[in-house]
Write a protein that binds this ligand. Structure first.
Ligand SMILES: [Ca+2]
Ligand SMILES: [Ca+2]
Ligand SMILES: [Ca+2]
Ligand SMILES: [Ca+2]
Length: 444
């Protein structure tokens, strides 16, 4: 039904751009300026092009390349026909959104660019759950840092700069079973450090040079499901920010690797990305969400470690992962939100424009479902590729506007990261499967 022609013609008085949000000026109050376009909005913000209704969102249809408000498609509260209540009421590949089934066309498979896939088998029971790139030993070659939930340690596969990884750096005990990993500079020296949360604690592993660490367990008090490290208040010390069932928490650093009690700056979340997406002021902002509402929240950082709700963008599917990168080469940071629904994964690409507004202009469907996201630049042309794992089969996937290329893995992947393991400027990918294997994909 979602793709059928509207019952009535488009209303010329209604505004296009149903899923954009704008805020005209920075606002750190609790009631941030936030508008979604409605039938009474007109001619504000960019005009996304559309080909199909699902690109327009609730209450809108795509007509003549633009999104138009149509009350026939917005009938939940007025007794109008209700096609579905949940995804399961729709055919596979279609998502139920506000009472209507929308079919998400899936991309065709294609042969991807060539990679050398190099699996690295860890010991049985290692359970690698998270990974990141970083130069651990200051030899200027990127290394792959892996958090092992089973062995409760941090292991590092040393890159040789020529596309090979070696197991030369000993495993370093974390003394907890990590659920996530962030590599950062905690401050106080030039070494890279790692933080890995578990329960209400975080393992802090401070780089001591040459690939060695000193570490301790710090009581965090917040039960992180996903955590990032970033200097939120611009004092040179990395702070912690993450998602928990109690809300978005921030633990500011009082010293390198020492943290204050958490403050909660937003509602419960399970997906988070920290990046300066607002105003280009160098102050980190947040993108957060959870699978239950098909929406991401954008929160404005004020440079003190506090964040205020700034706006939201509707997405297709249940949010799984989010990342930030310039997807169209205009130098403005865009948001990629990976989501799942009813046998289809959806890469929601949310573009930012010059006027601090975001618009959901592009959706790419992937058969099955997706898990994780990393943005790479495979051809070093500035155009980003979307990398994800399938959540139904053991493959790494490269998603572009044209097609999906798949690369086999030993098991279904649970985390991935984009980095550089050789000097060709093309993105390399590292993947962990949660069982016993790290696989690096080196461009060739
Ligand atoms: Ca290195
Ligand atoms: Ca800080
Ligand atoms: Ca900012
Ligand atoms: Ca952009």
């Amino acid at each position: 039904m979602g793709d059928s022609a509207p019952g009535s013609g488009p209303d010329p008085d209604s505004g296009p751009n149903p899923t954009s949000v704008t805020a005209s000026e920075p606002d750190t109050s609790a009631s941030a300026t936030y508008t979604t376009s409605t039938a009474t909005d007109s001619d504000t913000g960019p005009m996304p092009q559309c080909e199909r209704d699902f690109e327009c969102g609730r209450c809108y249809v795509c007509y003549d390349g633009q999104c138009w408000y149509d009350s026939n498609y917005c009938g939940l509260d007025d007794g109008a026909y209700y096609e579905c209540y949940s995804d399961s009421d729709c055919v596979s590949g279609a998502i139920c959104d506000y009472g209507s089934c929308y079919y998400i066309p899936t991309l065709e498979p294609c042969q991807g660019p060539a990679f050398d896939a190099k699996p690295w088998n860890l010991n049985q029971g290692s359970y690698p759950v998270a990974l990141a790139f970083g130069d651990v030993d200051q030899d200027l070659d990127q290394d792959v840092w892996v958090a092992l939930a089973g062995h409760e340690n941090l292991t590092i596969l040393a890159g040789d700069g020529a596309g090979n990884v070696l197991g030369g750096i000993p495993q370093h005990p974390l003394s907890l079973s990590p659920v996530d990993l962030a590599v950062t500079q905690l401050g106080g020296d030039d070494m890279l450090d790692a933080v890995a949360p578990s329960g209400g604690n975080v393992a802090v592993a401070k780089g001591a040079g040459g690939g060695s660490f000193s570490s301790e367990i710090v009581s965090l008090g917040a039960y992180a499901s996903q955590m990032e490290a970033a200097d939120l208040n611009l004092d040179g010390l990395a702070d912690l920010i993450g998602c928990s069932a109690d809300g978005v928490f921030v633990s500011l650093a009082m010293g390198p690797g020492e943290f204050y009690e958490p403050s909660y700056v937003g509602a419960a979340c399970s997906v988070i990305s920290v990046a300066d997406v607002l105003y280009g002021d160098g102050i980190p902002d947040l993108i957060v969400g959870n699978p239950y509402n098909r929406w991401i929240d954008i929160m404005l950082g004020d440079g003190t470690g506090w964040f205020a709700f700034w706006g939201g963008v509707a997405i297709w599917g249940e949010l799984i992962a989010v990342d930030v990168g310039d997807m169209n080469g205009d130098s403005f940071p865009d948001i990629v939100a990976m989501a799942n629904g009813n046998g289809v994964g959806v890469a929601n690409i949310i573009y930012k424009d010059t006027s601090e507004s975001f618009y959901s202009a592009y959706f790419l469907g992937v058969n099955g479902g997706v898990h994780n996201v990393a943005l790479g630049d495979l051809t070093s042309d500035g155009d980003r590729d979307i990398w994800t794992h399938s959540n139904v089969s053991p493959v790494l996937q490269r998603v572009t506007a044209d097609c999906v290329a798949e690369y086999p893995l030993a098991q279904i992947g649970v985390d991935l990261a984009a980095g550089h393991l050789n000097a060709d400027g093309r993105t390399d990918i590292a993947s962990v499967d949660g069982v016993d294997t790290v696989t690096v994909f080196v461009s060739k």
